[in-house]
Ligand binder design. Structure first.
Ligand code: C5P
Length: 300
């Protein structure tokens, strides 16, 4: 009998490449409930994650480096300080010891600056990937605390499962029980900067949403969501009128149960009874748009 090689316990070997998906973050509703003294807005949002995703890969390398690939990488090339590299530096600092070099590759498939948390999801995926690559063994809450320093939306992306998000994004609790449903995403290929959309919001703040413990099926979920809203949708439409056309096109798709903008836009989504219906419907949208149809990641 051959002797079994001694197995490393706990820490992951650092000489192996690791990969983590960075799924699109969708705000099924987004109520702006107030504003902090520092200008950040208080939110109440039910967040789910779509099958559409970027991917972050790490392999051994010198120092921290980042290569970009994928169909949407062009929009990022000009950015000197990508959130993925900031995540790497932050995690290395928190580890407080010498760590091997990490060569990061970001496969960018989600449109940039589009309300589905691409940059936030990438940063969260980088934290998860490097936590494994370096064998740091940091638990979810510790990663979420680091994530908050990278952006309000990054903590919710660490677990990438259905979550109710409150505070400025750091107060996370379990989402109500969600039925199976499908989703179409559409972006008219305009990028919007989040601060400008928040600044253009007017009128009184919204109350938090009242949510049940669970929804029986996709139709019941859609009906409940129709009574809620995304408070950033009106300011986004006034700054970017094509969003209204995207919402119209989504609502007109066969089988669409409801349509809404996600985050600060311009990406909008429509709900469907299942992933197959959404996948078919997405193909009916204008090919010049970024469009995607499929399923949603379930609770863990
Ligand atoms: O945290 P992040 O860098 O993603 O936020 C970008 C900008 O969006 C902030 O500088 C702020 O203007 C606005 N924002 C906000 N309230 C939040 C999240 C973001 O006002 N909860």
């Amino acid at each position: 009998l051959a002797m079994e090689a001694p197995r490393r316990m706990g820490a992951a070997p650092v000489d192996e490449a690791v990969a983590e998906l960075a799924p699109a973050k969708i705000n099924l509703h987004l109520h702006v409930t107030g504003r902090r003294a520092d200008g950040y807005h208080l939110l109440d949002s039910l967040v789910v994650f779509a099958g559409a995703a970027d991917e972050v890969m790490v392999e051994p390398g010198e120092g921290h480096s980042l290569r970009l690939g994928g169909p949407e990488a062009g929009a990022l090339a000009a950015e000197p300080d990508n959130l993925v590299l900031r995540a790497a530096r932050l995690l290395a600092e928190a580890a407080g010891r010498d760590l091997p070099g990490a060569a990061l590759l970001l496969e960018k498939r989600l449109p940039v600056a589009s309300g589905i948390g691409g940059g936030s999801a990438d940063a969260a995926a980088a934290l998860r990937a490097l936590n494994r690559f370096w064998g740091l063994g940091m638990a979810g809450p510790a990663l979420e605390a680091l994530a908050l320093r990278l952006g309000a939306d990054v903590p919710v992306c660490v677990a990438s499962r259905p979550t109710r998000m409150q505070g400025v994004g750091e107060v996370l609790s379990a989402a109500p029980g969600l039925p199976a449903f499908g989703m179409v995403l559409a972006n008219p290929r305009v990028s919007l900067a989040t601060p400008g959309i928040f600044a253009a919001r007017t009128g009184p703040f919204s109350p938090p949403a009242v949510l049940p413990a669970r929804w029986a099926d996709a139709a019941a979920l859609a009906e409940a969501l129709r009574a809620l809203r995304n408070d950033l949708e009106p300011p986004a439409i006034s700054l970017c009128p094509p969003i209204a056309g995207v919402l119209e096109a989504l609502s007109a798709l066969p089988g669409a149960l409801m349509a809404r903008m996600s985050g600060s836009g311009a990406t909008c989504f429509a709900l469907f009874a299942d992933a197959a219906a959404a996948e078919h419907a997405a193909m009916l949208l204008p090919p010049a748009w970024w469009r995607w149809g499929g399923g949603v990641r379930a609770a863990a």
